[in-house]
Design a protein around this ligand. Structure first.
Ligand SMILES: NC(=O)c1ccc[n+]([C@@H]2O[C@H](COP(=O)([O-])OP(=O)(O)OC[C@H]3O[C@@H](n4cnc5c(N)ncnc54)[C@H](OP(=O)(O)O)[C@@H]3O)[C@@H](O)[C@H]2O)c1
Length: 338
């Protein structure tokens, strides 16, 4: 008998819509393979929410282009608390925008979910960036899971790899191309395309943050380094301890010159742990062909972990964009229950 799991989705933008499509498409597979039966309890936007009464997940998934407000399941002003009250605890899948300064709206959502014994699978980074320790410790006390693969390079396995496959090893260093949008833009600039046109191309793929400066100015990469440092390397880093430089001032000439010298400029997020202390930074770096991240172009992301006892492990790839991100949220939900 499959376990029925209520899922509340907050945020119905690029990733939220992909998530709805995905749990509909994968419903039968998840039932058969994992014995999990997802019940989409509600989808919340700012102005209200959708519930399945008078409507269905199937209809929602098949007409994703239709505005939520014009659907029979739309309830103006519906709040998260009201949905919690109508269901036994399940999972909050959060796909709302990341505000790295306030952590909202997720901060309030996450505390409310954890207080009621709901698990969380997040694509968003804001709340985790602002109060990582507080949220993780509340999750531990409440005995629920707070997972965030979607916030740590999504389809590229970074967090699971570091926490599961590198267990017992001290992480001495992390280096990553962790933002697909900036890697794509750097490649396009090198090919002679203007910054604005390259940014538009990345936006059309749905891979740019709602506030593009988060990507371009390096903050998206910085938060991923922060979350990996804290969740995987066991540190207590905060964002203001990371030196951050983005790609706004990288010229085409600089990219072409580096290429002519046999090097490639990438936006790299780094963490190093040595006797001198912990150092974390983000910036455009010219890397040599021998560097583990050298050949990763376009939207391809990659990360290399250096450890004391397991050597250096590099992973790359993963589907970029909203669908890959939604799939990483689903992966987290499955791993919570299986
Ligand atoms: N796009 C990607 O490839 C990607 C990859 C990894 C991680 N992420 C993360 O995933 C999250 C979503 O990204 P996205 O591209 O899907 O953003 P998006 O297209 O801008 O969608 C954001 C959604 O959140 C809703 N929202 C905003 N404030 C809300 C609130 N207070 N209550 C309920 N809903 C609220 C918005 O609703 P309204 O329409 O009512 O404003 C909108 O539906 C971000 O945190 C981002 O960092 C995205």
């Amino acid at each position: 008998m499959p376990i029925r799991i209520p899922v509340i989705l907050t945020g119905y933008g690029n990733v939220g819509k992909a998530f709805v499509r995905l749990i509909h498409e994968k419903a039968e597979y998840c039932r058969r393979r994992y014995g999990l039966d997802f019940e989409l309890a509600a989808v919340l936007r700012r102005s209200g929410g959708w519930v399945p009464e008078g409507d269905s997940l199937e209809a929602l998934a098949e007409t994703a282009g239709q505005a939520l407000e014009s659907r029979p399941g739309w309830r103006p002003g519906l709040r998260l608390e009201a949905v919690f009250e109508r269901h036994p605890p399940g999972v909050l899948a959060d796909c709302t925008p990341s505000n790295l300064k306030t952590g909202e709206p997720q901060l309030a959502f996450f505390h409310a979910a954890l207080d009621r014994g709901w698990h969380i699978a997040a694509a968003s980074k804001g709340a985790l960036c602002v109060d990582f320790r507080g949220l993780m410790s509340k999750a531990r006390v409440r005995g629920v899971a707070l997972k965030f693969s979607g916030a740590t390079a999504a389809a590229l396995p970074t967090l699971d790899l570091a926490t599961v496959s590198l267990a017992g090893a001290v992480i001495l260093g992390i280096e990553g191309i962790l933002t697909g949008a900036t890697n794509l833009i750097l490649g396009r600039l090198e090919a002679g395309i203007s910054f604005d046109a390259a940014l538009k191309e990345a936006q059309a793929k749905g891979i740019v943050e709602p506030d593009p400066s988060l990507d371009i100015d390096g903050w998206d990469t910085a938060v991923k380094i922060l979350l990996l440092a804290n969740a995987a390397a066991g540190l207590e880093l905060s964002l203001d301890e990371i030196a951050v430089e983005g790609i706004r001032h990288v010229s085409a000439e600089r990219l072409v010159r580096a290429r002519a010298e046999g090097r490639s400029i990438k936006l790299i997020g780094r963490l190093t742990r040595s006797e001198a202390g912990i150092k974390a930074d983000v910036g455009p770096r010219a890397i040599e062909p021998s560097h583990p991240l050298f050949g990763f172009n376009g939207t391809t992301k990659g990360v290399a972990f250096t450890t004391d006892s397991l050597g250096t492990i590099t992973v790359s790839g993963g589907k970029s964009g909203p669908f890959g991100t939604a799939a990483s949220v689903l992966k987290d939900i499955i791993n919570i229950y299986c």
